[in-house]
Design a protein around this ligand. Structure first.
Ligand SMILES: Cc1cc2nc3c(=O)[nH]c(=O)nc-3n(C[C@H](O)[C@H](O)[C@H](O)COP(=O)(O)OP(=O)(O)OC[C@H]3O[C@@H](n4cnc5c(N)ncnc54)[C@H](O)[C@@H]3O)c2cc1C
Ligand SMILES: NC(=O)c1ccc[n+]([C@@H]2O[C@H](COP(=O)([O-])OP(=O)(O)OC[C@H]3O[C@@H](n4cnc5c(N)ncnc54)[C@H](O)[C@@H]3O)[C@@H](O)[C@H]2O)c1
Length: 472
């Protein structure tokens, strides 16, 4: 068995692990990264990247309804799921190639295998190249998450799938899809599958996205857009058991009600993945939900070992993992520690409408003792949105009534996932709205609606001085 020495060793190569490795190497650290499955983790191979590739295709198909009135004449567009799978696969392979190339160019040592702590400073890597022992000053757990299944429900290749299986193994035969779950994945895939030609029976327990921080207005707009495309969740459904036959699959709720389909996609949550990590050889602990416990600076109970991303939760998105990575590498290099602030990392949903939010919602603002000033601008009168035949949605900002400090923001509609960056640039929320009104915008653009929402907020709530600046 060989022994290798590093300053920083990262276990897991998802967005969190990848970014931590890049930043550590850029800051001059001898860095290693270990991956047990596919380089790039969930986000690249089974999550954000392929999902957004499909979302783009779904949007094209949906928007083709406006072609004729715009003077684009031709056959109506239809989706082909098998070809769409191949397209995302090609994109993912290309991105993975460039990721690996960059890691290698930075001199980062890549290990294919499963990393397991022997103690706080030693990690065993068991993989294709045999057994290697790593000695490391510091380590970062970036082992991500895995799908959670309802009790008694087991996956079956080609019939009962998780989203991981869908991307790893391809789309099964058959157009009648039963989609279980009203969380983010369910809400995104109900739209994507329908546009790509599938007949979707969408079974949800409570209203889709009920357990998120999106406003009722945002969720109503999304539900109306889904309904307009014939997508209606069947609520009150809790999957109880399932029968698979050569014909397909039947799922039953706890009242015995059957639903038939060709195959099932389970989108019933994810949990932190820490199997085989050897945590028992360290002082690292897990919370009641199985997330790795850390302090606010993301250091675990074992000094020198940090944890990031889905493994820490409870919010599981790539944006959080990427930001965690930045914080941890900063904390490794500086005595002035940065703390995780999940509230100020954007959250997104890519469905019939894009939803994006950051900061406090109304309830959190009120709980924190604020009586928030609200700024609002709808896309329905935006010249850019009208030219796109897509006036759905709005920008809604919350600010402190006295200081004009930004408390939170929500953007609903096309490109919300890009526009939210205007509210996400760092920790200075005091000056954020001032910076927005001073932004040199492109015209016509959707970003202008952030400026409009801020200006109306300032005028309506008497915050002109704080937001526009003092006047004589
Ligand atoms: C269908 C789907 C769509 C999504 N869409 C979005 C989106 O649009 N936007 C967004 O922000 N987020 C999205 N997410 C969430 C996002 O993918 C995750 O939050 C993100 O990947 C978490 O990153 P991570 O680095 O913590 O872990 P992961 O990406 O899960 O990576 C962890 C890696 O660690 C490896 N690993 C685990 N244990 C070991 C070990 N012992 N040794 C070596 N390697 C190990 C795993 O094999 C894995 O590759 C989506 C998720 C899903 C499932
Ligand atoms: N755009 C993004 O950032 C993005 C995209 C996809 C996934 N993700 C993250 O990945 C994680 C997993 O997503 P998800 O949608 O699977 O989880 P989720 O936790 O968002 O939703 C799970 C849903 O499954 C339902 N459910 C659970 N058991 C059920 C049962 N027996 N019968 C019927 N319904 C049942 C729950 O009520 C819930 O609505 C989440 O943390 C999500 O935020 C993020």
């Amino acid at each position: 068995m060989s022994t290798d020495n590093y300053d920083v060793t990262i276990i897991g190569s998802g967005p969190g692990g990848y970014r931590a490795a890049v930043l550590a190497a850029l800051r001059g650290k001898r860095t290693a990264i270990i991956e047990r499955k596919t380089w790039g983790g969930t986000c690249l191979n089974r999550g954000c990247v392929p999902k957004k590739d499909w979302h783009e295709t779904a949007k094209w198909i949906e928007q083709s309804r406006h072609f004729q009135k715009r003077g684009v004449i031709g056959p109506v567009l239809r989706g082909n799921m098998a070809q769409a799978w191949q397209h995302q696969h090609d994109v993912v392979e290309t991105v993975r190639g460039s990721y690996l190339d960059y890691l290698k160019r930075l001199g980062i040592h890549l290990y294919d295998g499963t990393g397991s702590f022997l103690d706080a400073r030693r990690i065993a890597v068991e993989g294709v190249g045999g057994l290697v022992e790593i000695h490391t000053e510091t380590s970062i757990i970036a082992t991500g998450s895995a799908p959670s299944l309802p009790r008694g429900i087991v996956p079956a290749a080609g019939k009962v799938l998780t989203s991981d299986m869908l991307y790893d193994n391809g789309v099964p035969h058959g157009d009648r899809v039963i989609l279980v779950g009203g969380g983010v994945i369910g809400t995104e895939f109900a739209y994507i599958f329908t546009q790509l030609g599938k007949q979707v029976e969408w079974l949800v327990h409570s209203t889709p996205l009920a357990h998120t921080r999106y406003s009722p207005q945002a969720r109503d707009i999304l539900h109306a857009a889904l309904a307009g495309l014939g997508i209606h969740p069947q609520s009150g459904f809790r999957i109880h058991r399932m029968e698979t036959t050569t014909e397909g699959v039947t799922v039953f709720d706890d009242q015995g009600k059957p639903i038939h389909g060709d195959w099932v996609l389970l989108a019933t949550g994810r949990h932190a993945y820490t199997e085989g990590l050897g945590l028992e050889n360290t002082r690292i602990t897990l919370d009641d939900h199985g997330f790795v416990q850390t302090d606010a600076a993301l250091e675990t109970g074992e000094p020198g070992i940090y944890a990031i991303g889905d493994a820490v939760g409870p919010i599981m998105n790539a944006n959080q993992a990427l930001n965690d990575a930045r914080i941890v590498i900063h904390n490794l290099l500086s005595t002035e520690k940065q703390e995780r602030d999940p509230l100020w990392v954007p959250e997104l949903v890519y469905s019939a409408v894009e939803l994006a939010r950051i900061g406090m919602d109304d309830e959190a603002a009120e709980d924190a003792g604020f009586e928030p000033a609200v700024g609002f601008a709808a896309f329905e009168t935006s010249p850019r949105a009208l030219g796109q035949d897509d006036g759905v949605g709005f920008v809604r900002l919350l600010a402190d009534m006295d200081s004009g400090e930004l408390l939170g923001g929500e953007i609903v509609g096309r490109d919300a996932g890009e526009l939210i960056h205007l509210l996400a640039n760092g920790g200075d929320h005091d000056g954020m709205l001032r910076r927005i009104v001073e932004t040199r915008t492109n015209h016509p653009s959707r970003a202008e609606e952030l400026v409009n929402a801020t200006e109306t907020l300032a005028a309506r709530w008497g915050l002109e001085e704080q937001i526009f600046g003092p006047s004589d």
